[in-house]
Design a protein around this ligand. Structure first.
Ligand code: C5P
Length: 237
């Protein structure tokens, strides 16, 4: 199954012992890993490089959102860590998204290698109430579609969205446009801070390319068992 698993395990630990315990059990053939702001802030870029050197494909989930020049610089720096995928917030706007794309293209020219670049549409922890608070007009689906259109126009490789929107986005932008979907919960799990959740099977059936799964695996009594079970369950689809 080398590098074919659609599961990206979100390593969001604060506790370094728990972190090392989990990583030592995982094999790059079973999953990719996601490093987000919690760990990147404490462990830094050298640690990300070392994970890559252990053979893992890394999604560096730092969700850049700043002025175009800053986002260009951040994406160019991230491109040099050997990571497989990086992301920016689509809410940063078209000029910012184009600056991010230019950075990965520059990395490709210079290093003959670049990470996939995707845009976060609307966090899976957000719903209609958050849109109202922020003064964003339209439904969740309309907002996700609008933000995904900006990512598509800027030439990004795809988006982060909820699997609830994956079928709509695939129909609109084609199957090559990646849908990376967090907010995955097993039927017996609690939603916690997430709102737009689906099960792994629902996500795959909706056309999701990669499933970002954090606590359902990382906080399970037997993380490896849960990972293997999900890998097997989605392989048959
Ligand atoms: O523990 P859980 O499965 O909810 O973790 C989801 C992960 O996906 C977190 O690391 C979070 O940062 C990330 N994520 C998300 N919603 C997005 C983008 C990323 O939940 N839109």
């Amino acid at each position: 199954m080398s590098h074919k698993s659609k599961i990206i395990v979100a390593l969001d630990f604060e506790d370094k012992v728990q972190l090392q315990q989990l990583i030592s059990q995982l094999d790059p053939s079973q999953c990719r890993l996601k490093v987000g702001i919690t760990l990147f802030t404490s462990m830094g870029p050298e640690w990300v490089k070392s994970l890559h050197e252990q053979g893992f494909e890394i999604f560096l989930d730092l969700k850049f959102h700043d002025i175009p020049q800053q986002v260009h610089g951040a994406c160019f720096s991230a491109s040099q860590l050997g990571v497989w995928m990086i992301n920016v917030h689509a809410l940063g706007g078209l000029a910012m998204l184009k600056a991010a794309k230019a950075a990965v293209d520059r990395a490709a020219d210079q290093f003959k290698k670049r990470p996939l670049l995707i845009g976060v549409t609307l966090l899976t922890s957000s719903g209609p109430e958050e849109l109202k608070q922020l003064g964003i007009q339209g439904t969740v689906e309309e907002t996700v579609l609008r933000l995904a259109s900006l990512c598509f126009e800027a030439g990004l490789d795809g988006v982060v969205c909820s699997a609830q929107e994956a079928a709509m986005l695939k129909a609109k932008f084609g199957k090559e446009f990646l849908c990376v979907t967090p907010g995955i919960r097993l039927p017996e799990d609690d939603k916690q801070d997430q709102q737009r959740v689906t099960t792994p099977l629902q996500a795959i059936s909706a056309g999701s390319d990669y499933l970002v799964i954090g606590r359902s695996i990382t906080h399970a009594a037997k993380p490896l068992g849960v990972l293997q079970h999900i890998n097997e369950s989605i392989e048959v689809v």
